[in-house]
Structure formats: structure tokens, C-alpha cells
Write a protein that binds this ligand. Structure first.
Ligand code: 6PG
Length: 475
């Protein structure tokens, strides 16, 4: 990643100083990939800092966690006030908040930047999501926007916000990435186990989908994966152990959603789907004990493909709506001014979740930057209207055929919950008050002398409980 970002910056006319703690790697890089380019080597941190123009702009691409703190400490003796340290790793945003404050106290400017797009993105145009000390932005803006991916000529990079806002937005990007991947995997499972499609046939389905509303990097690579055969002529994907790994950014998103009280259910299910896959030996034992329907698809294959496309699209809309709900809440909670159209544009190109769909989200937020929810935008509202019959059929098909579709299903449950004026939480509140005197409020139409507005009411349900309530009402 680091090498590719350096090459990318050099291609855009910048002179870059390259350093690696394993100095032989620097020499190898200079003698090979960097040969003939405006790239200078450094064999120590002192030399690196001595060679940089003021204010120094040092970008770290090291493993998230302690390694970032350690590297910052190694750099500090050679920096001067006003110099900028940029962390381009997948750091957890609370760490970036902390580093931003710590460095500001010492007179240095910190930037925590999301970098997405993998090695190829780094080389030819990543999506960059910088946040941190805003005084740093004018010094890095042109280089960041020059080396980033472009969407219709616009850079997929803009200033995200204060402190760890850049890493926060990258974290949500990764959570959405988990959701998109899970939805694609569920579609594959329904076609393969559910309806007996071959990998080649599923590849053909993805080829078609990639020219419609689902046109995206993840659909494109899934097509290529399904077409990829091993030396024996069979699809290699079927030889891969079905236990998913994770480095934790999706989990951080789900934890943050719980912390902020936001129903980001699809990303949560995507994380749990990975953890369920990871208990493989237990699943193997369960498969011998627990029964369920045996998938037997007898419907029209093309109809199934079309319904799945709509179900995937609708679920994706829900997932992005939930992601932006989390971003909205984080802005309030952490005091960041987060710019939705800019975030959608940053994700439009260069990153793993890049898609045509993000162009529509950018348009929606540009037309109405303070849009309360993506689902209120006319375009997405009609898309869901059009998709929902198919979506419901796919969720029912999964349930009836015993193929797990946690992401499709939770998306639909969220949709039905979100559009419900009334939910059964009235009963839940009664239960809480019954067993724990946790109190409830009454509906506006029942406000009276007996039940004043916003008054915490407790009922002695059994005559044996007390009349004293346990705590104040917290929704
Ligand atoms: C990106 C990706 C990347 C991520 C990996 C692995 O935007 O380029 O999001 O940052 O770390 O895809 O993530 P998991 O190991 O958690 O699946």
C-alpha cells in the first residue's frame, strides 16, 4: 500500500521520501519500482525528517494499534511545531481522537485518513477520507485530491471533519462493505444451494447485474471469482474453507451503533454471519443433528434471478440508509460537522464499496444535504416500492427452503419496523414496569390529570408491588 501510494504521488509530480524500518526494502524499492521517478530514499527517521520540506507531511502506513503510537514517538524528536503526521491505516477512531489531541498539545497537526481501494487503489486512485486537525487540510489538500480516484472528474476525497472523523467514516465504509459482501453471498447461496445454479451460471447472473442497478466493484469481482477455475477446471471458490475472517472494522461499526443507539441491523447481521461461519466444527456437528427443509426449487429461474436482484438492491438501500443514520448520530454525539454529499462522493469511486448506486446517493444528498433519511428521497423511496414485492418473496423463499438470509431478512424487518407508526414497545414498557417498576409514558391522546404529559407513570400491577418507581424513563 505504502509503496503504491508513493508511486501514485510521484506520478502526479510530487517528490516523495520513502522510508521503511527494514532499510533493505527502501534500497530494493529505489532500484526497482521507484527507478527514474521523483522518489528519494531515507535510511533512518532522522534522514527522512531532514529531507522533507516544511511543514513536513509524514504519512504512516503501519498496522493499526500500538505500532502507530510507537512510530509517532519515534518521529517526534525530529519534527518541528506545525509539522503534520498522517495515519493512513485502518485505525479505530477513538485512537485518532486521542492522537489528534495529544499532538495538538505538542504543536503538531494530526490527520487520520481512511484509505480504501486496496493495493490497486493506492497505485491508481484510492478513496481518501481525511479528518483530524483542520489546520492540516490546506497543506495536504492538493496532493490528496490529486492522487485520489475521480468520479466524473471530481476527486473522491474531501475533508471529513475534526479529530477521528476520517477514521470514523472509513469504519462505516468498512461496515457497509461487510453488509454488501454478505448480501452478495446470500444471493449466491440462494442460487447455488437453493436453486441448483452452477458457479458459471451464477457468474453469468452477476455479469448481467453488473450492468444494472447493482453495478459495483464487489459485484464485478464476485463475477470474476465465480468464473475462476482451478487447474482441474473446477471453480476454485468451491474449494475454499467456509469460515470468514475479519480484522475488526465491521465489528467496531456494530459496537458503535449499539453505543449510539442506532439500528444498524444489516451490518450487525453481517458481522454475526461471519462469526457463525467461523464455528465450523460446531456447525458440522449441528448439521448431523438439526433438521430443516431440503431446498427444492421448482419455480422459474429467470423470475428468481430478477427477484433476487430487486431484493439485493432494496436491502442495499436499507444498509446505506442505516450507515448514514449512524453517521448523522455520530456527528451529533461527537460534535463533528459531517458532510453527507461529500462522504457519498468519497465512496463513489476508488474504494471497495464503489458503485453506480453511490452516484445516486450523492445526487440525493446534494439535492437535500439535510435529508433526514435516505429512504425519504423520492428516487430511493420509489426504488423500494418497486422492489418490495420481490424482496418479500426472496425472504420467504429463504425461510421456506432453509437457506439462511440474515442480511436480506434484517433489512426487510428494519424497513417494516421503520415504517410502523406503532410498534409493540407499549407491551414491552408494560412488562418492564410490571417486573421492575421501570415506568412508562402514555400516548398523547391519553394525557390527562391522571396521566400528565411526560410524566413517568408506574402501576402497581399485582397489588403486591410498591407504588415507588425504580428509575426515570429513558428511551
Ligand atoms: C478497503 C478495505 C480494507 C479492509 C479489508 C479487510 O477499504 O480497502 O475495507 O481496508 O481492511 O478489506 O477487512 P476485513 O479483514 O475486516 O474483512
Amino acid at each position: 500500500m505504502g509503496q503504491n501510494l508513493i508511486l501514485n504521488a510521484a506520478d502526479h509530480g510530487y517528490t516523495v521520501v520513502a522510508f521503511n524500518r527494514t532499510v533493505s526494502k527502501v534500497d530494493h524499492f529505489l532500484a526497482n519500482e521507484a527507478k527514474g521517478k521523483s522518489i528519494v530514499g531515507a535510511h533512518s527517521i532522522e534522514e527522512l525528517c531532514a529531507k522533507l520540506k516544511r511543514p513536513r507531511r509524514v504519512m504512516l502506513l503501519v498496522k493499526a494499534g500500538q505500532a502507530v503510537d510507537d512510530f509517532i514517538e519515534l518521529l517526534l524528536p525530529y519534527l518541528e511545531p506545525g509539522d503534520i503526521i498522517i495515519d493512513g491505516g485502518n485505525s479505530h477512531f477513538p485512537d485518532s481522537n486521542r492522537r489528534c489531541k495529544y499532538l495538538a498539545e505538542k504543536g503538531f497537526l494530526f490527520v487520520g485518513s481512511g484509505v480504501s481501494g486496496g493495493e490497486e487503489g493506492a497505485r491508481y486512485g484510492p478513496s481518501l477520507m481525511p479528518g483530524g486537525n483542520p489546520a492540516a487540510w490546506p497543506h495536504i489538500k492538493s496532493i490528496f485530491q490529486d492522487i485520489s480516484a475521480k468520479s466524473d472528474g471530481e476527486p473522491c476525497c474531501d475533508w471529513v471533519g475534526d479529530e477521528g472523523a476520517g477514521h470514523f467514516v472509513k469504519m462505516v465504509h468498512n461496515g457497509i462493505e461487510y453488509g454488501d459482501m454478505q448480501l452478495i453471498c446470500e444471493a449466491y447461496d440462494l442460487l447455488k444451494r437453493g436453486a441448483g445454479f452452477t458457479d458459471k451460471e451464477i457468474g453469468d447472473v452477476f455479469t448481467k447485474w453488473n450492468s444494472g442497478v447493482l453495478d459495483s466493484f464487489l459485484v464485478e469481482i464476485t463475477r470474476d471469482i465465480l468464473y475462476y477455475n482451478d487447474d482441474d477446471g473446477t471453480p476454485i471458490v468451491e474449494k475454499i474453507l467456509d469460515t470468514a475472517g475479519q480484522k475488526g472494522t465491521g465489528k467496531w461499526t456494530a459496537i458503535n451503533a449499539l453505543d449510539l443507539g442506532m439500528p444498524v441491523t444489516l451490518i450487525g447481521e453481517a458481522v454475526f454471519a461471519r462469526t457463525l461461519s467461523a464455528i465450523k466444527s460446531e456447525r458440522v456437528r449441528a448439521s448431523k443433528i438439526l433438521s430443516g427443509p431440503i431446498p427444492k426449487f421448482e419455480g422459474d429461474r429467470q423470475e428468481l434471478v430478477d427477484q433476487l436482484e430487486q431484493a439485493l438492491y432494496a436491502s442495499k438501500i436499507i444498509s446505506y440508509a442505516q450507515g448514514f443514520m449512524l453517521i448523522r448520530e455520530a456527528g451529533k454525539e461527537y460534535g463533528w460537522t459531517l458532510n453527507n454529499p461529500a462522504i457519498a462522493l468519497m465512496w463513489r469511486g476508488g474504494c471497495i464499496i464503489r458503485s453506480v448506486f453511490l452516484g445516486d446517493i450523492t445526487r440525493a444528498y446534494r439535492a437535500q444535504p439535510d435529508l433526514e433519511n435516505l429512504l425519504f428521497d423520492d428516487f430511493f423511496h420509489s426504488a423500494i416500492d418497486k422492489a418490495q414485492d420481490s424482496w418479500r418473496k426472496i425472504v420467504a423463499l429463504g425461510a421456506m427452503s432453509g437457506i439462511p438470509t440474515p442480511a436480506f431478512t434484517t433489512a426487510l424487518a428494519f424497513y417494516d419496523g421503520y415504517r410502523s407508526e406503532r410498534l409493540p414497545a407499549n407491551l414491552l414498557q408494560a412488562q418492564r414496569d410490571y417486573f421492575g417498576a421501570h415506568t412508562f409514558h402514555v400516548l398523547p391522546e391519553y394525557v390527562s390529570d391522571k396521566y400528565p404529559a411526560n410524566k413517568d407513570v408506574h402501576i402497581n400491577w399485582t397489588g403486591r408491588g410498591g407504588n415507588v418507581s425504580a428509575s426515570t424513563y429513558l428511551a
